[in-house]
Design a protein around this ligand. Structure first.
Ligand code: OSB
Ligand code: MG
Length: 371
């Protein structure tokens, strides 16, 4: 198959409630989508970059430029393009994993639609439904946090993740434990601490958390290993894991006992599956992270999360956790705390063109060759 068309679609979706992390507050989600045609068959991908480089070095404007100038022209030069070739073709361009992942996903979607196979089957999914966790942002007060968590538990979410930062850690965790008892509970620091905070973080040990996610900076593998030795709470890496190779290194060093897998962060769903395989071979449990995806990225995450090594609930919430109107025709819904993995060809979801148009800020055709 050959790449015959490419488009970039920038959307701005209001969030049902602002989402605050240690790196800032978001009230809306700007998302970069890609639509590509292989021999005329369309496929969609989602680029999970944020508008600024506060979670990872990538950001959406840079991703759009990279896709336009380098990545699409490189893919357009391939006579027989399949998803399994995308990473190798794009390898000469350093980094930009989220941009690459978006293109690989669009190719996967188009290619699998052509042969009538679901992404879940292609990746090797073994579950038809997956348990759904929810990531809870930093709240203005502990009282409001308890209300928000109560709402998610009522909705059926089977695991709660609290965003933490210095000044919002021990007390909110204690309050949630006291109020809701023995629920599956974990925290995510998004790099907000330093190794010198080890004794403070050890105060979380008494709350029997499933894990503490990315307490230290992305590059601090050795320091995460040292921190892990000082905590009873398992350390889980997110930002630090950028490939199957870095996952293997982190595991060998003792820097991570659990891994959050986000396909965008590691360069695509095929590399994400390799991260899963590396972790499974070492007996390290994994779970599927999220980046406030629209239904496009969410559909792909559901397929990934259905692989056998995903033994912990992920940040794989229903569409309405973030959006009152998703851009796919059948948004993801929670049923008894679980979400059904799409079974149709490719992503198995259809873009609702009216809903998409309502949130589109900019839509452009990407020339197949850079002039
Ligand atoms: O660290 O997991 C994270 C959102 C944006 C950037 C980083 C993270 C997150 C989340 C959201 O926690 C999880 C979700 O999409 O449900
Ligand atoms: Mg995280």
């Amino acid at each position: 198959m050959k790449l015959t068309a490419a488009e970039l679609v920038q959307v701005r979706m209001p969030l049902v409630t602002p989402f605050e992390t240690s790196f800032g507050v978001q009230a809306e989600r700007d998302v970069l989508l890609v639509r590509m045609e292989l021999d005329g068959q369309p496929g969609w991908g989602e680029c999970v970059t944020l508008p600024s480089p506060v979670y990872s070095p990538e950001f959406s404007e840079a991703a759009a430029t990279t896709i336009r100038r380098f990545l699409v022209p490189a893919l357009a030069g391939i006579e027989s393009l399949t998803a399994s070739k995308v990473a190798a073709v794009l390898e000469p361009f350093k980094g930009h994993r989220m941009a690459k992942a978006a293109l690989e996903l669009a190719v996967l979607d188009a290619q699998l639609r052509c042969v009538g196979m679901s992404l879940a089957d292609y990746l090797g999914a073994v579950h038809a439904t997956i348990p759904s966790g929810v990531s809870v942002g930093i709240q203005p007060s502990v009282a409001e946090l308890l209300d928000v968590v109560a709402g998610y538990l009522d909705a059926g979410y089977v695991r709660i993740k609290l965003k933490i930062k210095p000044g919002w850690d021990i007390e909110p965790v204690r309050a949630v434990r006291e109020r809701f008892g023995d629920i599956p509970l974990q925290v995510d620091a998004n790099t907000a601490y330093r190794l010198a905070d080890a004794r403070h973080l050890a105060r979380l040990d008494e709350f029997d958390l499933l894990l503490i996610e990315q307490p230290l900076e992305e590059e601090d593998l050795t320091q995460h290993a040292e921190l892990a030795r000082q905590l009873r709470t398992p350390v889980c890496l997110d930002e630090s894991i950028t490939s199957a190779k870095s996952a293997a290194d982190a595991i060998r060093l003792g820097a991570t006992g659990v891994v959050n897998i986000k396909a965008g962060r590691v360069g695509g769903y095929l590399q994400a599956r390799q991260v899963h395989d590396v972790c499974a071979a070492s007996g390290v449990p994994v779970w599927c992270g999220g980046m406030l995806e629209t239904g496009i990225g969410r559909a792909a995450n559901m397929a990934l999360a259905a692989l056998p090594g995903f033994t912990l609930p992920g940040d794989t919430s229903a569409s309405d956790r973030f959006y009152s109107r998703d851009i796919i025709t059948e948004p993801f819904v929670l049923s008894d705390g679980h979400i059904a993995v799409p079974t149709g060809p490719g992503l198995g979801v259809e873009v609702d063109e009216d809903a998409l148009a309502a949130v589109t800020v900019h839509r452009e055709t990407v020339p197949i060759r850079w002039p």
